[in-house]
Design a protein around this ligand. Structure first.
Ligand SMILES: N[C@@H](CCC(=O)N[C@@H](CS)C(=O)NCC(=O)O)C(=O)O
Length: 199
């Protein structure tokens, strides 16, 4: 009997999107529950960090999007998203994409704080990190293979799309190589079916 896999996800989490896309491309059937994480007290008993994505498989809980993607990849019959010959390049580039997502999220959370609580310095620091990392990608994102989908491609695309969703799309005009790559990648079915919902 196949294990029941349950993914707790949010309507627009870039980390959650990585895991959903991994399930789609690796053809892993799972049940996805979109929750409001801030109100999800029930999640604490599985994940005391109360973060999404969180994956439950019978008695097992998997925490953190990277671990969830590893798990889904490991039980798939499809070609791995983490090929051995590029393993460390793929996981490091994925971490860079995760860092953009974190900064965009942190910036957004700070932006929506009450005026007397927010730090413009903190917001600026995140914006500088986002801009520096996207510029770095423009110069260094050139080792992908268009004929072989790897985890870093999914993560970079989710990070760039989340930047546009929560910050701005200025990177597209200023980074022609990245924009050219993304313009093709964003048309893939798994990208179109997982666009962040404005909630
Ligand atoms: N490193 C984690 C980050 C997950 C994360 O930050 N999720 C956000 C939503 S995008 C969250 O659950 N935030 C809830 C909160 O901080 O209260 C991962 O990759 O899964």
């Amino acid at each position: 009997m196949q294990n029941q896999i349950l993914l707790y996800n949010g309507p627009n989490s870039p980390f959650g999107r990585k895991t959903k896309i991994t399930s789609l491309v690796q053809e892993i059937t799972l049940e996805e529950k979109i929750i409001k994480v801030q109100e999800a007290d029930f999640l604490d008993k599985y994940n005391p960090l109360r973060k999404i994505p969180t994956l439950l498989i019978n008695g097992l809980t998997i925490i953190d999007s990277d671990n969830i993607c590893f798990y889904l990849d490991s039980i798939s019959k499809k070609k791995t998203l983490f090929p051995q010959n590029k393993y460390f390049e793929v996981i490091s580039m994925t971490s860079i994409a995760n860092g953009i997502m974190e900064s965009v999220l942190e910036r957004r959370m700070e932006k929506i704080r009450p005026t007397n609580e927010k730090s413009e310095n903190f917001i600026k620091k995140q914006e500088i990190r986002i801009a520096r990392t996207i510029k770095w990608l423009e110069n260094n994102w050139n080792n992908y293979d268009e004929s072989y989908l790897t985890m870093d491609q999914i993560a970079v695309a989710c990070a760039l799309d989340y930047t546009m969703f929560r910050f701005n799309d200025e990177w597209r005009a200023n980074h022609p190589k990245l924009n050219k790559w993304f313009s093709v990648f964003e048309k893939k079915d798994f990208m179109k079916s997982t666009i962040p919902l404005d909630k």
